[in-house]
Design a protein around this ligand. Structure first.
Ligand SMILES: [Zn+2]
Length: 385
């Protein structure tokens, strides 16, 4: 009798275990990141919500603000779950320019690698947390997906029949200085009605300020397509940044890693030396706000058939290009962590009042260079950055 009872208990235990394992497999399958098509705003939000539920010990989702069209600006805060507060932070954003569809895909894959594939990437989370905003301009993104593919800006009305501000011209670093289109409310380079007129730019700024104030800020990394470049500051000035060598070394490390991995050639530049100066970029602002490191990673938009698709690679290339970008993002992080271990003291010296000087800055030679470069950009249809 006891033997039969024990047998039943063992059998029930086995069945329960198998059921729970099957549930776990289903749960993880449900979290497979879909990279066979470009996700909508709803699809991205759903993935983030499910991930935060299933991995609540390592992902916190913050609903940081609402856009003009009332969409959520969400940030994923990713840790290794050890509960150690005050770790240094890598802050990554994507899709400030809404038509750059590959950037949310790469940001989501980064989140996936750090959370779902945590075991393989736990070194990137030992002494660092990651703050990732995978869709920094959701209004523009949906408008680009559904109405006008090449839409680059936000969707706030500017009066008349003109809409939207270029978020990467809306930051308070020599705001509105550089070339005439920055002042044109109908142009895709419109810098906005004032510095930080856009809630999306204010949100990114406030995250930066918070990380500097808490002495956690190390690297700001903004994803763009499709210039196949690593850019570092300044954009508003041709002078080198004080730690230019460090920026350059990290950029070259990333480029080498990608070249070895996929054969894609990535250039490394101080932006102003590449294409002239203009104001208002998030990359410059991060450095002035106190981040020791700040980069734009212009990911590739070239398909495996070697065709340059720029902003809209075909769906069959999304996974490949996102994986290639992850190779780069991981390299950024590895080199940053190597250069800024917890033992290295960082002295934060924020200088974020440049906006007060912007109005008095002259439109000089630098601005002429920028205008010429932008003219060539127009001719070559190479709308980077
Ligand atoms: Zn861009």
């Amino acid at each position: 009798m006891w033997k039969i009872l024990c047998g039943i208990v063992v059998l029930v235990t086995i069945v329960v275990n198998q059921l729970s394992e099957a549930r776990e497999v289903r749960r993880r399958r449900g979290l497979m990141l879909q990279l066979d098509n470009y996700l909508s705003y709803d699809g991205i939000m759903q993935y983030l919500d499910e991930l935060a539920l299933s991995h609540s010990n390592r992902v916190t989702l913050k609903d940081v603000a609402r856009t003009y069209e009332n969409r959520a600006l969400k940030m994923a805060i990713i840790t290794n779950g050890d509960g150690r507060p005050g770790k240094r932070v890598i802050f990554l954003d994507a899709a400030l320019h809404s038509r750059e569809w590959m950037t949310p895909a790469a940001a989501l894959l980064t989140i996936h690698k750090l959370v779902v594939e945590f075991a393989e990437n736990s070194d990137l989370l030992t002494d660092y947390d990651w703050h990732i905003m995978p869709l920094a301009n959701p209004d523009g993104y949906e408008y680009s997906r559904n109405t006008e593919r090449y839409w680059r800006n936000t969707r706030t009305p500017n009066g008349g029949n003109c809409f939207g501000t270029n978020l990467n011209r809306n930051f308070a670093v020599d705001w509105n200085v550089g070339f005439p289109e920055l002042k044109d409310p109908c142009d895709e380079n419109y810098a906005g009605s004032s510095p930080f007129s856009e809630v999306e730019a204010r949100t990114v700024r406030d995250i930066m300020h918070g990380l500097v104030e808490s002495k956690r800020a190390v690297m700001y990394l903004s994803l763009h397509t499709a210039n196949r470049s690593v850019f570092y500051p300044w954009v508003y000035d041709t002078d080198p940044v004080s730690n230019q060598k460090e920026h350059d070394e990290i950029g070259r490390f990333v480029a080498d890693r990608i070249l070895q991995s996929t054969g894609t050639f990535i250039k490394t530049w101080q932006y102003a030396k590449y294409a002239g100066t203009f104001g208002g970029t998030s990359m410059d602002y991060a450095l002035l706000a106190g981040f020791p490191l700040s980069f734009v990673f212009e990911m590739s938009g070239t398909g495996r058939d070697h065709v340059e698709y720029k902003f809209f690679p075909p769906a069959r290339d999304i996974r490949h290009l996102a994986e290639e970008s992850w190779t780069g993002i991981k390299a950024f992080a590895e080199k940053t962590i190597e250069k800024y271990p917890p033992s290295r003291v960082i002295s934060y010296n924020p200088m974020v009042k440049l906006a007060e000087n912007a109005a008095t800055r002259n439109l000089g030679f630098n601005s002429m260079v920028a205008t010429v470069c932008l003219f060539f950009t127009y001719l070559t249809n190479c709308n980077f950055f």
